[in-house]
Design a protein around this ligand. Sequence first.
Ligand code: PMP
Length: 289
Amino acid sequence: MKIYLDGKMVEKAEAVVSVFDHGLLYGDGVFEGIRTYNGRVFKLDEHLSRLEDSGRAIMLAMPLSREEMKKAVLDTLRVNGLKDAYIRLVVTRGVGDLGLDPRKCHEKGTVIIITDKINLYPEEHYHNGLEVVTVATRRNLPEAVNPKIKSLNYLNNILAKIEANNAGVLEAIMLSADGWVAECTGDNIFIVRKGELITPPTHIGALDGITRGTVMGLARKFGIPCNEALFTRYDIYNADECFLTGTAAEVIPVSKVDTRPIGTGKPGPITLKLVEAYKGLTRSEGVPI
Ligand code: PMP
């Protein structure tokens, strides 16, 4: 396996960064998780655009232009001969002196591209639904570290994931400080109520997920009303359907939340329609490797 590291393709064992990299020392950096299907990179421009936006928000200039970044991603996939893969693209503030001040980093940021196998939820959950819980750890305040920034500082999500692990489930619902449903540790959330899709607005503290946007587009195409609105755990418990979206997860039905079955306790018709439509789309478009 070859890793792209600052312009070079290096073997996995040699793909190492300095202990003075501010990505490691302070979580100072941004990243993306992208997928390829059957030799095509799905929504590459959308992911690169979000990476640039995350960078702009923390005043981290991309060391590569959009076109150079695209080429680097495609080259890494080509070198590894991968057609179906998960891509982890990381840009850190780079190597510097100790001290959190970004001005202590003298070089351009570090660019890392890892292309690897996809780590998915077990297949059974796509048929039977996933059980999730709400956790005590609240999503970061948008006024502090805005969850719209896909930064290397994922401790907020990790703390929630630990709670999910302790509860014996695979994903956790995180609330905003005010108690609104925000998102999950690595996925966005939707509910279906009376034929209408509802997902939290990102301003309350959620990543503007690429899959979320894609699913909203599919819903529009099918004439399914889709709105961004604030809702609480009560609204999930009383929803007809619930599902999560994410690049790795795709669209995954939720069968149970905080031990309460959602709807019939089985994946609902709108969810299943979107699961299939999303699958179809991922396998029919994308940037060729
Ligand atoms: N929320 C969080 C916190 C995430 O980390 C992710 C991606 N891993 C998502 C939502 C889903 O975003 P996307 O559809 O762009 O993968």
